[in-house]
Design a protein around this ligand. Structure first.
Ligand SMILES: C[S@@+](CC[C@H](N)C(=O)[O-])C[C@H]1O[C@@H](n2cnc3c(N)ncnc32)[C@H](O)[C@@H]1O
Length: 366
């Protein structure tokens, strides 16, 4: 037996079993989701976290903001200092600041549980040498998990206000650029949802890895979505300066989904700054939220949908533990580096059912 068969013993049977069992698991998840309006204790814990966020910003914001102009000029030393300062602010927020902000026994308990949940270990999929069949299988299972949880609907809800803003400003066919799209299934879903085929938007999927984008391109062909409606452009999400030239038009909206937990927090802040500057109307970053309830739900769902796939179970579990909370993402968004003379941007953030968080900047005028 080879290594891949040990890690995913049911893989050879997947083509026969998946079409039968997937719809049942997905339907059961939809039914259960209707019973749960939000993770228990989230609101109580969020109050404590808001106090901790205000505390960390009051002590650290000025020093970090001062690094912004040099970071935006891509000064390497400033970037290293900025990344270290953001990581320290985040450690402070989820550690000492949150402990100090705990006012009740329940808040102290919520904080203690989160200390156990949070961990920053590597996902197997992040290893470039990981077995290709298992990689494709894991990504395909992740799509089914997103379908079961209704994640894409949550992402659409966070993105729609920025598209509406572009339209209100007179852009008939907004260009949406998706960063770090991976196999681009969300970019494909976005093209279908927002009417790319009908000429209502144009979607451009980008990623560092052209081979991932190839999977999305093949799917777009199967769905008869033409290249002028949905295109695939290899690009580094951390440097968007020449992206409008590559895309061939101004960029109205920038999106990035399910990727932030793969990046160090300083990199997320820099990505948000790049995205907000590149977009004429706004940028939206969205990812899952770290909390114990999500951890248990996702572990159960990955066992049900993965059916013996160890990589899927492992990476789902590890990724929830690495994710941001709403206040952590707010901190990173608020401290995103600004160039010399660049005014602070209006930023919104929030939680989306069943368990996602987003940060959104608005640029231009509505
Ligand atoms: C979790 S996957 C993407 C998930 C996808 N956005 C979705 O919602 O299905 C993370 C992706 O980030 C890409 N990536 C990592 N660093 C990047 C960078 N600096 N610029 C662009 N893409 C990057 C990786 O190649 C990988 O495809």
């Amino acid at each position: 037996m080879n290594g891949a068969a040990l890690l995913d013993p049911m893989l050879p049977l997947a083509p026969a079993i998946d079409p039968v069992l997937d719809p049942l698991v997905i339907r059961a998840t939809h039914a259960l989701k209707r019973l749960v309006a939000g993770p228990p204790f989230r609101i109580e814990h969020a109050r404590q976290r808001e106090r901790a966020l205000a505390d960390v910003l009051s002590r650290r914001e000025a020093e970090i903001v001062a690094l912004g102009p040099a970071v935006r000029r891509r000064d390497r030393e400033a970037i290293a200092r900025f990344d270290a300062a953001i990581a320290a602010a985040l450690d402070d927020l989820r550690g000492d600041a949150e402990a100090r902000a705990a006012a009740t026994g329940a808040e102290r308990l919520a904080h203690a549980v989160d200390r156990l949940v949070h961990a920053n270990t590597h996902e197997w999929l992040d290893d470039p040498g990981f077995d290709e069949r298992l990689r494709v299988r894991t990504l395909e299972r992740l799509d089914r998990m997103n379908e079961a949880l209704g994640s894409y609907d949550a992402f659409f809800a966070a993105i729609e206000p920025v598209i509406a803003r572009a339209r209100a400003a007179g852009v008939a066919r907004p260009t949406i650029v998706d960063l770090a799209s991976g196999h681009a299934m969300f970019a494909v879903a976005m093209a279908l949802r927002f009417g790319a085929r009908e000429g209502l938007v144009r979607v451009v999927a980008t990623d560092l890895a052209p081979e991932y984008l190839g999977i999305g391109r093949a799917r777009a062909r199967e769905l008869a979505i033409p290249e002028h409606a949905l295109s695939f452009v290899p690009h580094d999400a951390l440097d968007l300066r020449d992206l409008p030239a590559k895309v061939g038009s101004p960029i109205d909206v920038v999106t990035c989904t399910q990727t932030l937990h793969h990046f160090p927090p300083g990199m997320v802040a820099r990505l948000f700054a790049e995205a907000s500057s590149a977009a004429r109307h706004g940028a939206v970053l969205v990812d899952g939220e770290r909390n114990p309830f999500t951890l248990v739900t996702v572990a159960a769902l990955s066992a049900a949908l993965g059916r013996g796939s160890l990589p899927f179970l492992h990476d789902a579990f590890v990724s929830i533990r690495r994710m941001f909370t709403e206040q952590e993402l707010a901190l990173v968004g608020q401290l995103a580096p600004r160039a010399d003379g660049e005014p602070p941007r209006p930023i919104e953030r929030g939680w989306l059912e069943p368990g996602h968080v987003f940060v959104r900047s608005f640029t231009g005028t509505a």
